[in-house]
Write a protein that binds this ligand. Structure first.
Ligand SMILES: NC(=O)c1ccc[n+]([C@@H]2O[C@H](COP(=O)([O-])OP(=O)(O)OC[C@H]3O[C@@H](n4cnc5c(N)ncnc54)[C@H](OP(=O)(O)O)[C@@H]3O)[C@@H](O)[C@H]2O)c1
Length: 349
């Protein structure tokens, strides 16, 4: 029998939602390879709903995700049963070749982007509205004032911040409540635990802000597929851009992942992806995961991580394995490294 879903409060005053959500990026954006056809995309959304994986994470950046959701809501009439998170801040355009992005989190753009997402989604409210990436010129206070107004108007229920520093979070909270942050966090990307990630995890705990882990499977590193020979997919940017996936690091990193896979199989009778999700969920009641996939079978497998509990000793063993593994290459390309824990411009008087 399937295990009941782990339900957690999103921040100190937030609603109870499933701790295992669903990241929709890959069914809209071709970042890791071809986007599935519509019938498959609807099948995966249907399955997520059927399972109870109703915490959905998208962005106005992820291809036609918001329009796809609009169609799904119209077809099913189930908008009110989904806890829907979307994001803004990247200025739209075709960045797939250059990977040069522009950001805008000004007061005016924040309002405009929210209106555009509401229209695209065909809904009159967003459950969790994140700043996807702050820009270089707007003090976070200006963005937060716009978000607070949107909240007062009922257009967004909760405010989230992605890829920000502890300082930005503190400044934001002085203007309005923040329910969640969304940093990268996985077994092999643990910067938020220490000074390299501005001690963001500790700051969230002090302030009662939930941590929603982006890329909880390390973009597919922590999976049964990592290291397997695959047919080249020109659209998959990982081997071209992400050092951990580059050909020169593949064999070494595959051997590291094989050790985690062996732990999963021998000690927990589960897959490496399930173990990676269970490890994150073990970090605390304030932690959520949003694994992404283009396949129903992986969605089901990830959801079944609800039934995998790690002991303190197992958590520590895995942490030690990750610390001593010598994984080769950074998670992100050089030009994105300073995007992860961003400060914003000071307010000028
Ligand atoms: N805030 C931000 O700036 C930010 C940045 C990145 C991501 N995110 C969010 O985080 C979500 C997840 O990130 P992500 O998709 O980049 O990375 P991820 O969830 O860490 O990994 C996704 C990859 O793992 C594979 N996979 C998933 N489950 C699997 C399983 N059970 N067995 C084998 N392989 C499995 C997927 O394969 P298939 O594609 O073959 O299914 C895909 O290649 C996104 O959808 C997005 O919502 C946010």
């Amino acid at each position: 029998m399937a295990s009941p879903p782990i339900m957690r409060n999103l921040g100190k005053n937030g609603p109870k939602i499933p701790a295992i959500g669903f990241g929709l990026m890959l069914i809209g954006s071709p970042a890791y390879g071809a986007v599935p056809q519509d019938s498959d995309r609807f099948a995966i959304l249907d399955k997520a709903f059927e399972l109870g994986a109703t915490f959905w994470d998208t962005s106005d950046l992820y291809g036609d995700n918001e329009q796809l959701l609009n169609q799904w809501f119209q077809r099913t009439g189930k908008r009110d049963q989904i806890f829907l998170a979307t994001k803004f801040g990247y200025v739209k355009g075709d960045h797939s070749k250059t990977m040069q992005f522009q950001f805008d989190t000004s007061f005016e753009y924040t309002k405009k982007a929210c209106q555009a997402s509401l229209r695209a989604l065909g809904t009159d409210y967003i459950d969790l509205y994140y700043v996807h990436q702050v820009d270089n010129i707007t003090p976070i206070e200006d963005t937060m004032r716009a978000l607070a107004e949107l909240q007062a108007e009922g257009k967004i229920k909760h405010i989230g911040l992605s890829m920000i520093s502890s300082t930005t979070l503190r400044r934001a909270l002085a203007v309005a409540p923040v329910a969640a942050v969304q940093p990268e966090y996985s077994l092999f990307s643990r910067e938020i635990e220490g000074p390299e990630g501005t001690d963001l995890l500790a700051t969230c705990r002090e302030l009662g802000v939930a941590v929603v882990c982006a890329t909880p499977l390390g973009r597919g590193l922590l999976s049964s597929d990592f290291g397997k020979p695959s047919s080249p997919d020109d659209a998959d940017l990982r081997a071209k851009l992400m050092p951990r996936f580059m050909p020169e690091n593949q064999a070494h990193n595959a051997a590291v992942v094989a050790r985690v896979r062996a732990f999963a199989a021998d000690r927990k009778g589960c897959s490496v992806s399930q173990l990676a999700l269970a490890w994150l969920l073990k970090q605390g009641d304030d932690v959520f995961v949003i694994p992404g996939t283009r396949r129903v079978k992986y969605l089901e497998e990830n959801w079944a991580a609800n039934g995998i509990a790690l002991s303190d000793g197992e958590e520590t063993e895995l942490r030690l394995l990750a610390e001593t593994s010598g994984l080769a290459g950074a998670a992100l390309p050089e030009q994105f490294l300073d995007h992860k824990f961003k400060d914003t411009k000071e307010v000028s008087f």
